[in-house]
Structures are given as C-alpha cells and as structure tokens.
Design a binder for this molecule. Structure first.
Ligand code: NAD
Length: 306
C-alpha cells in the first residue's frame, strides 16, 4: 500500500495508540494535541508501546506532535479524530478540519457512541465522513469497526478498510450507523444480563467474571457466537432459544444496581470498590495481567503473519 500522510486529532489514550499503529505500518503521522503536558508525553508513551511489543523504535521517527490542528492535517489522506466524547466539540473539530484539508481527505471519528451522521451533519462533503471505532488499547486489540453512515460513500469505506487491514487490524464493515455499532451492543447485552443475575441474587459479581473467563470466554477468541451455533447445530440452538429467551432480562434502562453504586461513589478500581472490592495492589495486578496478555497475543499475531 502507498504510504500516506495521516493526521490524528487528540493524542490521549486512544489517539497515541492509533498514531503508533499507523506509524508502525509505515505512514507519516502528525498528531494534534492542544494540551501541552499530554503533547510533551507523547514520545514517551509511544516508546513504551514499542518496548511492550518489542518493536523497532525507528517507526517513532514518523510521528510528529503539533500544537495547532492545521499543520497536523495539511496534505493528509486520512484524519482520525480521537478527541473527547462530546458532540459539540467533535462538530467544531470536523468543521475546522473541512476547511483545513482537501475535499477528498477521509475524516474518521473514533467516537464510541456518537453517530458520525451527527458529527458530520453540517459538512459540505459528507461522503468522506466515516466511523472508525477502535478498541482500547488500539495498538493491541485487533478489531476496528468501520461504520458507514447514510452519507458515507462506498469508496471511502473501502479505502478505510484497506488502510486499516494493511496496518494489521481486523477491520470490519458496519453497514448502518446504529447506536453501539456491533461490538458494544453485544458486550452490553451480556452486561445487562450480568447485572440482572447479580441483582436477583443468583450469583455474585466475582462469579459472573469466573463464569465468563473460565466458561464460554475461554473459547470466544477462536470461536464466535455464530460459529458456535453452527458447531453445536441450529436445531439445538433453537431448542435453547425457545426455553431460555423469555427469561432473559429486557429492562430498557440502565440497571438500578449500577445507578446505586455510582450514587454511593463506588466507581470501581479507581475508588477501591465498584461491583467488586479492589484492595490496594489488586487493580494494578489486573491492569498488568491484561496488558501482558494482549501484548503476548499481538506479538504472536505478528509472528504468524510474518
Ligand atoms: N477510552 C476508550 O476505551 C475508548 C475506546 C473506544 C473509543 N473511544 C473514543 O475515543 C475518543 C477519545 O477517547 P480517549 O479515551 O482517548 O480520551 P482522552 O481524554 O484520553 O483523549 C482525548 C484527547 O483529546 C484532547 N483534546 C481535547 N480537546 C481537543 C480538541 N479541541 N482538539 C483535539 N484534541 C483535543 C485531550 O487533551 C486529550 O488528550 C472518544 O471519542 C472516546 O469515546 C475511547
């Protein structure tokens, strides 16, 4: 693939990982980050990724950090926006981008939940606005959902999929800009049921985690739910659905359990308690375990793809 100039807007948690993986794929990446301290820490954070993955740090030479947006996106073929999740802010950024780039520069938003239909509503060239939903951390989790909104052209979707696949990502085409796209809808359908089970006293939060990690989660990375249904046979899948689905939670609102914990200041690892208790050191151990696991998988994938 031809190497591109790529702009990244926002050099925070997601932006620096996106910058890393595109630079590692050989592109020139310019990051616009308005916060001086975050901008100053970019090089160190990129180097930490290279160290974690055992990569050659030469790719980092291809990343530059910018205080202003225009120089970061000038002549870019793609711009990936990874600024805070606020619609008015993202709209302002996209309006500024439109006046700073060529009419055919692809403008991608990493928004988790805001439809790009809304973000790009006032632009003149809406066919080049596309959703690219990376998963955290973007340099380690393979999936990117490429979301086509009602105005996005097929050519823009194709070019975005090509760029991301060439960079080693498992990029999938989401054909409609629905809330939560595909991945978060699936993830939150499971979480809704988990909250309901704990609220009903069927099991505690720790048991939910054990059931997922040691049960179907143990095979999920190599066997998706549709493959699994075909593996066991759709006749069995139908029998189970007939008996079970009427009992699954269908509450059309955030669960009371979640609301109560938040109201009580129990926000999870950052406050020492959420759905589970987190004594000092245990939260760090979870973070470390996750990072090591994802890095080992990323390295293994790289070895397997040569
Ligand atoms: N964190 C996640 O797990 C995750 C996963 C998928 C998608 N996302 C989405 O990615 C986007 C970024 O999230 P994040 O977690 O990296 O947030 P973050 O707060 O770590 O990073 C956002 C960065 O944008 C910068 N910023 C603020 N105003 C800006 C402006 N006007 N122009 C450019 N940059 C600006 C901030 O200084 C910050 O460095 C959000 O839309 C979020 O919903 C996050």
């Amino acid at each position: 693939m031809q190497k591109q100039r790529i702009g990244v807007v926002g050099g925070g948690l997601m932006g620096h990982g996106i910058a890393y993986l595109l630079a590692a794929a050989g592109h020139e990446v310019a990051v616009f980050e308005p916060d001086a301290a975050i901008r100053a820490s970019l090089a160190k954070r990129l180097r930490a990724i290279a160290d974690l993955l055992g990569d050659d740090a030469a790719a980092l030479q291809r990343v530059t950090a910018h205080e202003q947006m225009a120089p970061a996106v000038r002549d870019a073929g793609f711009v990936f926006e990874a600024a805070p999740e606020k619609l008015p802010l993202k709209r302002r950024i996209f309006a500024a981008l439109e006046s700073a780039v060529a009419p055919d520069t692809i403008l991608a938003s990493n928004s988790s939940a805001i439809p790009t239909t809304e973000i790009g509503r006032d632009l003149a060239h809406r066919e080049r606005v596309v959703g690219t939903h990376f998963w955290n951390p973007p340099h380690l989790v393979p999936l990117v959902e490429v979301i086509q909104n009602e105005k996005t052209s097929d050519a823009v979707v194709r070019a975005t999929l090509d760029l991301l696949r060439d960079a080693g990502k498992a990029a999938v085409h989401v054909r409609r800009d629905v809330p939560g796209f595909v991945g978060n809808r699936l993830q939150h359908a499971m979480k809704r049921e988990a909250f309901a089970l704990v609220s009903a006293g069927v099991c505690d939060a720790e048991t939910i985690d054990t059931v997922v990690k040691e049960g179907f989660g143990a095979r999920t990375a190599v066997l998706g739910p549709m493959e699994q249904s075909d593996l066991v046979g759709l006749d069995l899948a139908l029998d189970i659905a007939d008996v079970l689905y009427a009992h699954l939670d269908r509450t059309a609102a955030a669960p009371a359990l979640l609301r109560e914990r938040v109201a009580a200041g129990k926000l999870g690892m950052k406050t020492g308690e959420g759905l589970r208790k987190w004594p000092p050191g245990e939260a760090d151990a979870v973070r470390e375990r996750l990072s090591r696991f994802l890095a080992a998988q990323a390295k293994a994938r790289k070895r397997n793809t040569g």
